[in-house]
Design a protein around this ligand. Structure first.
Ligand code: SGN
Ligand code: CA
Length: 506
């Protein structure tokens, strides 16, 4: 008797604790730019579902990443630590040490049901989750394979963002409902080579997009920008990227196409073949050719974004349908920003705004007022500590990010006054390694290895970062102040490699 009363009390206690602990859905996309999201004022397309999260919650206008590339960004999100601390510095040589602590492990430990489903890209298998099902490496747009928890490799027919969402909903339906959950949905869209779902191929086919003002940037005053290999003009390939193939044999060389079902391939290639025929008849060259490439790039990229947004809508609908909306935090964030032709580029990596900054919106019913806009500098580094904060768990002291919940709850609260960035990969796309500081008004960057030297930008006067004013007369004071502040951040975050470069001097 005594026992059953105790048990009943304990159950009531656990139920009431769990009622207070919010569920979490973290949606992480790949290479999705804020320039192409209507909540951020995009004129390129509508993203009604991402907009819905922003409208019912908060839009972060100054959300940034610590290292603008896929694997490193996910490792930072998981650990709440900079790349030099979590060990995953670049996509080329790193492999995630899954034995280290993550915000997920902290949640799992306290009873959360946790899962990561979709793009992962950290080389080693996930650890510390109740469930996982991830795309191997970059994953495939069509009929993707999944690595399953039991060691199986499973191919699922369909388009990747639909299939990932299906798996996420399946896990939600089968989870242990006595506990709160944290689900990470990792989308592959809108990554290169921007392969749209067959049903979206024609969405933007008739649209024409204005060129960014600095599309024909000549990279004067910026040595690292001058040596990169990521232009629409020279780097973007007609076959591989834009699907313009001269023969079936050429198409067959592309694994992404070869793996399609015959119906998918038929629908897909007949669309591109007719565009190619028209293209050839035009005999374009010079600026006309590069501008044609830009338009095709935009049309395909936006079509992959449409599928991403539609599947985000499915997640929101699922929460509604299952009465989960009220007690579930939803965060949508990209692993970094992306160039939509600014500086003539696609890809990311640079500490320049389009890739350093990332879209981030959050809905947190009962805590965040709908339609809030936040202008504080927050980083992907802060996501883990923030979610732990929301779950009532104290973040481990070695996590370097800070919860942004206080900033969200109280608009008068001030966050960080500067952000630290460090990018390492020195390979594909030839972007020189660099680290730097941004105060919002100024940005100071130190490039090393491929290119050696400093860049300074006044973001108020030069938001497109076209004029490096480092070493120019009149900037001595601000330069030495920023260097001091940068050195302080390097100390704070214990970035030994950057410290050595600073100490070695110019
Ligand atoms: C691939 C792409 C690159 C891209 C990196 C990193 N090449 O290597 O264009 O910069 O991924 O992207 S591809 O030929 O394989 O498409 S990331 O999002 O994974 O960091
Ligand atoms: Ca990415």
């Amino acid at each position: 008797m005594k026992h059953s009363i105790l048990l009943a009390l304990l159950t009531i206690f656990m139920v009431s604790i769990n009622a207070q602990r919010p569920n979490i859905v973290l949606i992480v996309s790949d290479d999705h730019s804020y320039q192409t999201i209507s909540a951020y004022g995009s004129k390129y397309m509508e993203t009604p579902n991402i907009d819905r999260i922003a409208k019912e919650g908060i839009r972060f206008d100054k959300a940034y990443v610590t290292n603008s590339i896929c694997g490193p960004s996910r490792a930072v999100i998981l650990t709440g630590k900079y790349s030099h601390k979590n060990g995953f510095k670049d996509n080329a040589n790193s492999s995630f040490d899954g034995s280290q602590n993550t915000f997920i492990k902290e949640l799992t430990k306290t009873g959360y049901q946790t899962a990561w489903i979709g793009k992962w890209h950290l080389q080693t298998n996930p650890q510390g989750f109740s469930y996982w099902q991830v795309l191997p490496g970059q994953g495939s747009y069509y009929n993707p394979d999944f690595l399953m928890m039991n060691g199986e490799r499973k191919r699922v027919e369909g388009y990747v963002s639909d299939v990932v969402e299906d798996a996420a909903e399946k896990w939600l339906s089968e989870r242990d409902t006595s506990q709160p959950f944290c689900l990470v949905i990792g989308h592959k869209n809108t990554h290169r080579t921007w392969m749209p779902d067959t049903k979206d191929l024609r969405l933007f086919n008739q649209s024409s997009f204005p060129l960014p003002a600095n599309f024909y940037d000549r990279y004067e005053t910026r040595a690292a920008a001058a040596v990169q290999d990521m232009t629409i003009d020279k780097t973007m390939r007609m076959g591989y990227d834009l699907k313009m193939f001269d023969s079936k044999e050429e198409e067959d060389k592309e694994f992404s196409i070869k793996r399609m079902t015959s119906a998918q391939r038929q629908a897909y290639m007949s669309f591109y073949d007719s565009i190619y025929a028209d293209f050839k008849s035009k005999k374009l060259s010079g600026k006309a050719l590069v501008e044609w490439k830009y338009q095709r790039y935009m049309q395909d990229y936006l079509a992959t974004a449409a599928s991403l947004d539609r599947n985000i809508g499915r997640t929101l609908d699922y929460l509604d349908k299952h009465q989960l909306t009220k007690n579930t935090i939803v965060i949508y964030v990209s692993d970094q920003g992306f160039y939509m032709g600014e500086h003539g580029w696609f890809d990311k990596r640079f500490m320049y705004e389009e890739s350093f900054r990332t879209p981030m919106v959050m809905r947190y019913p009962g805590v965040v007022k709908s339609g809030t806009v936040n202008n504080q500098m927050v980083m992907n580094l802060d996501l883990g500590p923030t979610l732990l904060d929301a779950a009532g768990i104290k973040a481990p002291s070695d996590m370097q990010g800070k919860s942004f919940l206080p900033l969200v709850k109280d608009a008068a609260k001030k966050g960080r006054n500067a952000m630290y960035y460090h990018y390492y990969e020195n390979g594909e796309h030839s972007v020189s390694p660099h680290f730097g500081i941004s105060t919002g008004r100024y940005k100071l960057i130190r490039f090393y290895t491929r290119v050696n030297g400093w860049e300074l930008f006044d973001l108020e006067k030069d938001p497109s970062e076209m004029l490096n004013i480092y070493g120019k007369k009149g900037n001595e004071k601000i330069t030495s102040e920023l260097k001091k502040q940068l050195a302080q951040l390097i100390e704070q975050y214990e970035d030994v490699e950057a410290r050595k470069i600073m100490e070695a001097g110019d």
